[in-house]
Structures are given as C-alpha cells and as structure tokens.
Design a protein around this ligand. Structure first.
Ligand SMILES: [Zn+2]
Length: 67
C-alpha cells in the first residue's frame, strides 16, 4: 500500500518485530567485512536479535568467560 516495511526479523528465533520494537531492546549486529573486500556494502546488511535472544547470547558469552 505504498508504506515501506521496516519490519525486522530476529536472526536467533525468526520472530518478526516492527521498526518501533527494534529500537526498544533489539540489537543490530553488522558482520565484519574482510579487509580489502571489494564486495559492495548493501544497506540493511546485518542481523537483528530480539531482546530475548540478545539476553540468551549475553548469558552464553558470560558462561564461556566463567570457564
Ligand atoms: Zn529472537
């Protein structure tokens, strides 16, 4: 209907959130590009994680650091 979709999809669980939700607790992760890569950078590249998956990831990282 002429309205651009700003919905984002969680890379962890596949859940879809609105752009408004994405600004509230969702994390955006841009994958590092190899140095010297000539690949064009596409806008919107990167992955979103919903708050729940973000928390799970943080716990996962912290658990590993505690080893
Ligand atoms: Zn998720």
């Amino acid at each position: 209907m002429g309205v651009p979709s700003d919905d984002v999809t969680c890379a962890g669980c596949g859940r879809v959130g609105t752009a408004a939700e994405a600004t509230l607790g969702w994390s955006f992760d841009v994958p590092p590009r190899p140095t010297g890569s000539t690949e064009p950078s596409r806008s919107g590249e990167g992955t979103y994680l919903c708050p729940e998956c973000t928390r799970r990831m943080v716990r996962d990282v912290e658990a590993r650091l505690d080893l």
